[in-house]
Design a protein around this ligand. Structure first.
Ligand code: KIV
Length: 301
């Protein structure tokens, strides 16, 4: 009898499937958790095959993929389109889908319905929701529907208008206390992990020591249980000045621009395609064609 993985998906035999349970084990073992965003099939394959633990289809795709000014405009259907593509590219990593603005703030039943769509139609294994204490009840409802939830506190981009810009959170004592309350409320509601964005290193360290859920930091210092970055930021495809916490590991912008310019130059100078890059008629067809053409030429004379 062969064992089918629980998810029913084909696995990379050399790598165990990452699950919400294995993330917790990583926290206990102090083994750093790695997470990157991916928004399409090709990137998802690269990220998954490189051994990254979690792939996040972040609503940051609003900016990186769709060119919106911020994350507020992206819709459920747009997100779902990308989640499906990423699902097809990910085998071992845990797939997390970001609930877009408006998909969970208005109505609790709608929120559960939208989370269910990500799992049922998109193949996501976890959904991510921004906000702390005030989301605890909603998170319990989604977990009741058998859907693991990732929390996200600190600099939450969907609150950009309320925060008055993208500002580091938790810099004064009341801010620190609020973040601690948020983290503990999320932990008690049973979240699979908590994303900590744009908060002082010292606060992230306190939260990480306090909660059972693994913390995944972005601009939150090295004491978090794991780190996440936006894929486009680490390969210089974001077209803007990087935030303080971004480290660039490659320059895809230069690489792609070089390739595009070289293709253009080759076509303009008749260097592409070459004879080797062309298809040819089989010998017999070519001989037959030459006979036909010859006959036509003869008739014209
Ligand atoms: O949308 C996103 O990319 C995110 C990460 C920055 C955590 O939420």
């Amino acid at each position: 009898m062969s064992l089918t993985p629980i998810s029913g998906r084909r696995l990379d035999e050399s790598r165990p499937k990452i699950t919400t349970a294995s993330l917790r084990e990583q926290k206990l073992r102090h083994e750093p958790i790695t997470c990157l965003t991916a928004y399409d099939y090709a990137t998802a394959r690269i990220v998954d095959e490189a051994g990254i633990d979690m792939v996040l289809v972040g609503d940051s795709l609003a900016q990186t993929m769709l060119g919106y000014e911020n994350t507020l405009s992206v819709t459920m259907d747009e997100m779902l389109h990308h989640v499906k593509a990423v699902r097809r590219g990910v085998k071992s990593a845990l797939l997390v889908a970001d609930m877009p603005y408006g998909s969970y703030q208005v109505d609790l039943n709608d929120a559960v319905r939208n989370a269910t769509r990500f799992v049922k139609e998109g193949g996501a294994e976890v959904v991510k929701i921004e906000g702390g204490e005030k989301r605890a009840e909603l998170i319990r409802h989604i977990i009741d529907a058998e859907i693991p939830v990732a929390g996200h506190i600190g600099l939450t981009p969907q609150s950009v208008n309320v925060m008055g810009g993208y500002k580091v959170q938790g810099k004064n004592l009341s801010g620190v206390e609020q973040l601690m309350r948020d983290a503990v409320a999320l932990d008690r509601s049973g979240v699979a992990c908590i994303f900590l964005e744009g908060i002082p290193r010292e606060v992230a360290a306190l939260i990480t020591a306090e909660v059972e859920a693994p913390t995944i930091g972005i601009g939150a210092g090295p004491e978090c249980d794991g780190q996440v970055l936006v894929f486009h930021d680490i390969v210089n495809l974001s077209f803007g000045p990087p935030a303080k916490f971004v480290r660039r590991y490659g320059d895809a912008a230069v690489l792609i621009a070089q390739a595009v310019r070289a293709f253009r130059a080759d076509v303009k100078s008749h260097q592409y395609p070459s004879d080797e890059e062309s298809y040819h008629l089989p010998k017999e067809t070519r001989a037959g064609l030459e006979t036909v053409l010859e006959r036509k030429r003869g008739m014209r004379r």
